[in-house]
Design a protein around this ligand. Sequence first.
Ligand code: ASP
Length: 326
Amino acid sequence: MYPFLRRSLAACALLASLALPAAAQQFPNRTITVIVPFAAGGPTDTVARLTAEAMGRDLGQTVVVENAGGAGGTIGSQRVAQARPDGYTLLLHHIGMATAPTLYRRLAYDPVGGFETIGLITEVPMTLVAKKDFPATTLQEAVAVIRRQREALNYANAGIGAASHLCGLLLMKAVDTQMTTVPFRGTGPAMQELLSGRIDLMCDQTTNTTEQINSGAIRVFAVTTPQRVEALPNVPTSTEAGLPDFQVTVWHGLYAPKGTPAEITQRLSRALQVALRDPRLVQRFAELGTAPVAQAQATPEAHRQFWLADIAKWRPIIQAAGQYAD
Ligand code: ASP
């Protein structure tokens, strides 16, 4: 290359880097915290811990996970929406980001405008599971028990707008009956109650149920996806089991508070993309019945588009049901 051209290119690069705020240039130079808006030990927490660890390797900094469960994920979301927009406090949340803007009409934060998107992570199938001695072995038998016992059955969820809540609504609509819903700060603690038999039924991500199903600790009736899940080869789909309308998957994404500089969200997005190719993460996701999204989905733009489309998809469904969180 001609020396003068090399010099002017170097000068351009220097000018570009001077244009970045100092904080963005040095990012990250300390620990990053990812808030999970559900209890520890649950499926969203599991996805967050695997993702945080792999991102930390690329960023050269520790990425810690902190749990702030409650109110269907809105407590943790509020914490991030109101955090300093410097890239050091992030939110890893799921489909609840698409339902909260309609379900919760009185929030102390802006559930859409309060966030920058970083990238999508994974779309996780759900499973309808029951305590080990639930008196049914197939979905059809389970439906008959639900219709017979109705409110005498305890159905666990992680609060209004949580994936387990949406899945429960779909199930109750499909079988046209009600059960008693018991809310938890997350389905990690709910799983403990299912294992001990105090909860009868739950619908939850495979990232929380696969190992318990495969060890025989709980019963499973169906996966809520059109295709079977590789980690659960013997579990029928809801369609195979006779309830084709009982379908839902749980997408997860990473967010930063509104106003976080684009250079920082782009850096985080690059780290997320690297993390989603990490063989350890890919293998663990597979063992838990899921897979990372395609690389192009792990970008701020694709994530925002997907999120806004999902808000628009859920709004009329929630409005027609007329059930709000307040
Ligand atoms: N699976 C939960 C839900 O129902 C949340 C969790 O604990 O990760 O949304």
